[in-house]
Design a protein around this ligand. Structure first.
Ligand code: PLP
Length: 467
């Protein structure tokens, strides 16, 4: 209700409508604001209302079962319904529901040590936040502050990222993001962010005419560093596999080339493992495929398998030490009320127990390889390229293979609906690159079995055949 002056009059005694008289769907449509959805369409096409979940499946309010081939949003790595995590969180909630990390508590300290123990040296210093965006935001701030300390007299603040990369919705992380449709409405963003072309085997503009990959797309970083002047550049940021931007895995040697470039110019290498961390790509961490060591890592999603929100930024010792070497004057000037929340840390510890006990990255490699092989063998004029690493797979759909014209938006929307109708939830790189949102995405829980993989394959085969 609005007053004549246009202000809202709150009716404190107004009772919440009972779920029996007003449907949850109506409450949603009247009051929830969903990101990245056009609300005027929601009445006609309401979002899937999920009521419960178990293993690789989610169930809607009518009890209909869907195979969740997206693990929520690339995140429920150990699958739904793990009582071990629920019990750990309940116990923590009863014991100590909250305390800030301006002081300390056991779950955060234990989790920091646990994460450090899973990583190779010198990666071992963990800063907690609440999400992937915050983990990236923290990494960017750490890199700027650290670079100025490591290179006295220089003003190193620029960050170079890739087009199509996604790093989050907060202003810094969004500035690193190379997806115009996600950025445009909020520009101008933070100054000092530059973008280079991503590795894109299917539409490579660098070396597609040659017999082998020359890694020219990686060398672009060095060209930009030289043109901008190295003494102004703080960091490079990259995902090991571009995820939401359309599943673009790094070619062999790519991260190693970035490492060399960074070392040559005193630039920090931030590897964004928000999707790829904790088993998604068939190894525990995405950077492990390359044999290099990043300076800073970012985690979220798979850290708790999304049972509770948690982000983590892990710095190598030399990054941490840059804040220690002047008699205690310098500190990383950031405080987070909820970052490292004891209940989220307890969820993460239980999640990592499951993940490591069941060695789920191995299942990710096995089933990912199986899916990749079977999907590559599908015969359809609309499948341009199938690509991925572990259980992170993309199918780039085209009108026809010769022209490589992206499959029309209307057909992509239809196709995604058809998947939902057939009981399999498949993702897509929605609103990520103008004209190229034609990549279907698979990122199921890492507990996926062969039978479930076959269900995904046959849903893809039959629905694409009807395009
Ligand atoms: C690589 C990457 N970085 C950062 C983020 C941001 O994470 P969040 O949505 O938890 O803020 C995402 C989200 O999908 C991501 O894929």
């Amino acid at each position: 209700m609005f007053s004549q002056a246009g202000g809202v009059i709150f009716q404190y005694n107004q009772r919440m409508p009972e779920a029996t008289s007003v449907s949850l769907r109506d409450l949603d449509i009247e009051h929830l604001w969903h990101g990245n959805l056009q609300h005027k369409d929601l009445k006609k096409r309401p979002p899937l209302e999920v009521a419960s979940a178990e293993g690789c499946y989610v169930f809607d309010t009518e009890g209909r079962r869907y195979l969740d081939a997206m693990a929520g949003l690339f995140c429920v790595n150990v699958g739904y319904g793990r009582k071990e995590i629920v019990n750990a969180v309940a116990k923590q909630m009863a014991e100590l529901p909250y305390y800030p990390l301006t002081q300390s508590h056991g779950p955060a300290a234990r989790l920091a040590a646990r994460v450090a123990g899973l990583l190779p040296k010198p990666l071992g210093r963990v800063f907690f936040s609440n999400s992937g965006s915050e983990a990236v935001e923290t990494a960017l701030k750490m890199a700027r502050q650290c670079s100025r300390r490591m290179h006295p007299g220089q003003n190193r603040y620029k960050v170079i990222a890739r087009h199509r990369g996604y790093h989050g919705f907060t202003m810094g992380a969004l500035s690193a993001t190379g997806q115009a449709p996600r950025r445009q409405a909020f520009e101008p963003l933070v100054p000092g962010f530059l973008h280079v072309a991503p590795p894109d085997h299917y539409r490579c503009g660098f070396c597609s005419a040659q017999s082998t990959c020359t890694l020219s797309c990686a060398d672009e970083f060095e060209r930009v560093i030289r043109m901008e002047a190295p003494e102004t550049v703080a960091a490079i940021i990259a995902e090991p596999v571009i995820g939401g931007g359309g599943i673009l895995p790094d070619p062999e040697g790519y991260l190693a080339r970035l490492r060399e470039i960074c070392d040559r110019h005193g630039v920090l290498l931030i590897v964004d493992e928000v999707i790829t961390g904790f088993g998604r790509t068939g190894k525990l961490f995405g950077f492990e495929h390359s044999g290099i060591r990043p300076d800073i890592l970012t985690f979220a999603k798979g850290l708790t398998s999304a049972y509770l929100p948690l982000g983590a930024t892990v710095a190598a010792e030399h990054v941490f030490e840059a804040f220690e070497d002047d008699g205690g004057e310098a500190k990383f000037t950031q405080v987070s009320t909820f970052g490292g929340h004891p209940c989220s840390a307890a969820a993460a510890l239980a999640n990592l127990d499951i993940l490591t006990r069941e060695r789920l990255w191995e299942n990710s490699a096995r089933l990912g390889g199986y899916l990749l092989e079977k999907l590559t063998a599908l015969e359809s004029p609309h499948i341009g390229e199938v690509r991925g690493r572990g259980l992170l797979i993309g199918l780039e759909l085209v009108e026809d293979q010769r022209s490589k014209t992206p499959l029309a938006e209307g057909r992509m929307i239809q196709l995604q609906r058809a998947f939902r109708e057939s009981g399999v939830l498949v993702g897509r790189n929605n609103d990520s690159v103008t004209g190229f949102c034609n990549v279907l995405i698979l990122s199921p829980p890492l507990i996926l079995n062969r039978e479930q993989a076959d269900v995904i394959i046959s849903a893809i085969e039959s629905n694409i055949a009807r395009v």
